[in-house]
Design a protein around this ligand. Structure first.
Ligand code: NAD
Ligand code: UDP
Ligand code: UDP
Length: 336
């Protein structure tokens, strides 16, 4: 029967597992915000070897400086839109700019990163028999017509808008993941990440939490984009990393929402930053950008049930944890 699929080629890595017990883990985009925190956590386990590939578009070597030179760590300058040959057991595929000002800067490149980059990582996963996790996004729900968003919701995404390179790019990346899973038996995991914040966020990437914290430290007005009643749910980065690792280690493909269900308007967020970081700053209302989703809040029942995961850090506890890191990078020490 000509339609019978040939048996999968035995991978050299599977063979090498007889001889070594270390787990070799590839993290694409590992020099970025979430990626570098993930690397820190993975490196804590002495059985893990970590390889990071990154093109440094929005990430930096600085985020990984404590690991450079470590015998279980390797850093490779590489763009995931080009093929990559490495031998690994697991792939955390994060490479992709996450902030609107960066992903809109070169939208065609953003699509290539999501589509060709994910295709390459799936081709790699297929060749070596690795398990692959994609960091997808709550943006696949677009400007959602269901609230809160469950994984079964298909989304309300503008296919031709200025955010589409990212939203539709991630949607195709998810499709590719499932097609490689169904067609080639690849072990996949998909996390739908909701807004995440913490130390090492890019200071000037225009995201709301990093903007407000930097503004509060500089003594500038907090720029709430109109109408200010739009909502987001913010997850502290250590909770996020914990969720991603549980998803990778667990038995479920996903997609699974990983985020903090605490929902805040942008005005409430500004009030909290003002109170916690600098009560003297003012709150200013400014113009918004097109296609801004009006509300966003994850339903995390699936993560709770299937991964035993839920976030531990509340927004009011997480915000102050960013202050010291931002002050150091801005060169503005705390008074007194
Ligand atoms: P980030 O911009 O800090 O990190 C992305 C990393 O990918 C950077 O180090 C960047 O240099 C690298 N990169 C970008 N394009 C690349 C390419 N073509 N080849 C190789 N490396 C490339 O962003 P982040 O916040 O750490 O986000 C990480 C992942 O999580 C992304 O996939 C993002 O879409 C997803 N995500 C993040 C959030 C969030 O709130 N931060 C929300 C939803 C989804
Ligand atoms: N690929 C890669 N590293 C590998 C194996 C494949 O980057 O170790 C890339 C490869 O260049 C291709 C993509 O992954 O563009 C998809 O690979 P696959 O084998 O699924 O498809 P094909 O090469 O048959 O088009
Ligand atoms: N926002 C804001 N002030 C800023 C930056 C952003 O009020 O200085 C608002 C923005 O309009 C959006 C929300 O904060 O409603 C989250 O924006 P961000 O770019 O951080 O993330 P995303 O839109 O991707 O969720």
């Amino acid at each position: 029967n000509s339609s019978t699929k040939p048996p999968p080629t035995p991978s050299p890595l599977r063979f090498s597992k007889f001889f070594q017990s270390n787990l070799r883990i590839l993290v694409t985009g590992g020099a970025g915000f979430i990626g570098s925190h993930l690397v820190d956590k993975l490196m804590e386990n002495e059985k893990n070897e970590v390889i990071v590939v990154d093109n440094y578009f929005t990430g930096s070597k600085d985020n990984l400086k404590k690991w450079i030179g470590h015998p279980r760590f390797e850093l490779i300058r590489h763009d995931v839109t080009e093929p990559l040959l490495v031998e690994v057991d697991q792939i955390y595929h994060l490479a992709c700019p996450a902030s609107p000002i960066f992903y809109k800067y070169n939208p065609v490149k953003t699509i290539k990163t999501n589509v060709i980059g994910t295709l390459n990582m799936l081709g790699l996963a297929k060749r070596v028999g690795a398990r692959i996790l994609l960091t997808s996004t709550s943006e696949v729900y677009g400007d959602p017509l269901e609230h809160p968003q469950t994984e079964n919701y298909w989304g309300n995404v503008n296919p031709i808008g200025v955010r589409s390179c990212y939203d539709e790019g991630k949607r195709v990346a998810e499709t590719l993941m499932f097609d490689y899973h169904r067609q080639h038996g690849i072990e996949i995991r998909i996390a739908r990440i909701f807004n995440t914040y913490g130390p090492r966020m890019n200071i000037d990437d225009g995201r709301v939490v990093s903007n407000f914290i930097a503004q509060a430290i500089r003594g500038e007005s907090l720029t709430v984009q109109l109408p200010g009643t739009q909502t987001r749910s913010f997850c502290y980065v250590s909770d996020m990393v914990d969720g991603l690792i549980r998803l990778m280690e667990g038995e479920h493909t996903g997609p699974i929402n990983i985020g903090n269900p605490g929902e805040f308007t942008m005005l409430e967020l500004a009030e909290a930053v003002k109170e916690l970081i600098n009560p003297e700053v003012e709150i200013a209302k400014v113009e918004n950008t097109p296609d801004d989703p009006r509300q966003r809040k994850p339903d995390i029942s699936r993560a709770k049930e299937l991964l035993g995961w839920e976030p531990k850090i509340k927004l009011r506890d997480g915000l102050p944890l960013m202050e010291e890191d931002f002050r150091q990078r801005l060169g503005i020490p705390r008074k007194n």
